[in-house]
Design a protein around this ligand. Structure first.
Ligand SMILES: NC(=O)c1ccc[n+]([C@@H]2O[C@H](COP(=O)([O-])OP(=O)(O)OC[C@H]3O[C@@H](n4cnc5c(N)ncnc54)[C@H](OP(=O)(O)O)[C@@H]3O)[C@@H](O)[C@H]2O)c1
Length: 323
């Protein structure tokens, strides 16, 4: 099968299209013929060994000390079930599915545990759209609902509101009943408001610190905010939730938990089927939509990596595997 393979850490050029042996489904696994995938920020971080904050050393230990342990990247996928491993009962050959895999989606075939984050496509949503939701949607859902404990009637500031996680954070916060102010460059204002933000800050021309509004939650998806800055924007019991964090935030999360008042909450989201089901239902109801900033053929996946690494993409960058 055709796959995008990397065998050394580096820039987009280390990724090459190669013929490799397709995987075989083991017990409890399905084989999926992948029609679409995406390049996420996680993919470029793994390709470049650009692990953020405290993950620099554990990242290399987990994913390969001097060279990548797993040569095929790609987590988001959509496609059809091509074969079933022993004991699989939740899926049938030919089912159209989407989901989130640990890796391996930048290829024509992928195996996935049937009890993992894989579900039938939502009614009325195509594979090229549904594929764009799991990475940003699952992060937004888990960070806002579980880590920030965002409640209906509260308000949230989403920093990086047009990005891979931010574009979904705006929508998920609205679906949880919160009011949203989005931060992005001015060119993205219409897009961020269309996703559901009622307030907007252009970080290129406006000083966020000058905002008069105080928030229950400040969700920084980019890493431009720290607790000292966030505190001036938070209500007395507000929560600062940074997607990327270092030792400083680990310490702040620890002591702010005992101190009372404003808090820092950190975490790493798992990719769970029940959470994917929440997103799938919202998509089927037309309440959550895919945010796709660009599309590339598999042959042009290096260009997709370069775009993602630039940190100014909108939503997800979709790869058409069959093209
Ligand atoms: N802890 C976890 O479990 C977890 C899970 C998922 C993701 N992550 C991490 O979360 C991060 C977010 O990923 P992502 O895919 O959302 O990133 P992304 O798509 O690359 O973010 C790009 C967005 O950031 C905006 N932006 C750039 N500079 C900005 C600034 N100074 N102020 C405000 N907005 C700015 C851009 O807006 P403009 O184009 O308008 O400039 C663009 O919309 C990554 O570092 C990823 O590794 C962590």
């Amino acid at each position: 099968m055709k796959a995008a393979v990397y065998t050394e850490y580096g820039g987009p050029d280390v990724v090459r299209i190669k013929e490799i042996a397709p995987p075989e489904p083991g017990a409890g696994e399905v084989l999926i013929k992948v029609s679409h995938s995406t390049v996420t920020t996680a993919d470029w971080r793994l390709r470049a060994a650009a692990f953020p904050g405290v993950l620099a050393v554990p990242g290399r230990l987990m994913f390969g000390l001097t060279r990548p342990r797993n040569p095929v990247l790609g987590s988001e996928f959509a496609g059809t079930v091509a074969a079933l491993g022993a004991g699989v009962s939740a899926f049938a050959v030919g089912d159209a599915v989407f989901g989130f895999a640990p890796s391996g989606a930048h290829a024509e075939f992928l195996t996935h545990r049937e009890d993992g984050a894989v579900l039938p496509l939502p009614d009325g949503v195509g594979a090229g759209e549904a594929v764009a939701v799991p990475f940003g949607g699952l992060s937004a859902l888990v960070f806002l609902r579980d880590f920030a404990n965002l409640q209906a009637g509260q308000n949230v500031l989403v920093v990086g509101a047009s990005g891979g996680v931010g574009g979904y954070a705006v929508q998920v916060a609205r679906l949880l009943g919160a009011e949203v102010t989005g931060v992005a460059s001015g060119a993205r204002e219409d897009m961020v408001r269309a996703l559901g933000a009622t307030g907007f800050v252009d970080y290129m021309t406006q000083d966020i610190a000058a905002l008069h509004e105080r928030f229950d939650v400040v969700f920084d998806t980019i890493g431009t905010m720290d607790f000292a800055r966030a505190r001036t924007l938070l209500k007395p019991k507000g929560v600062f939730v940074p997607l990327n964090f270092g030792l400083r935030e680990v310490w702040q999360a620890f002591w702010s938990c005992f101190r009372g008042g404003q808090r820092v909450k950190i975490g790493v989201n798992e990719d769970r089927k029940p959470d994917l089901a929440v997103l799938r239902d919202w998509m089927a109801q037309g309440r959550l939509r895919a945010v796709v900033g660009a599309r590339y053929a598999l042959a042009d996946i290096r260009d997709a990596h370069a775009l993602v690494q630039g940190r100014h993409k909108q939503g997800a960058v979709v790869i058409d595997i069959a093209a």
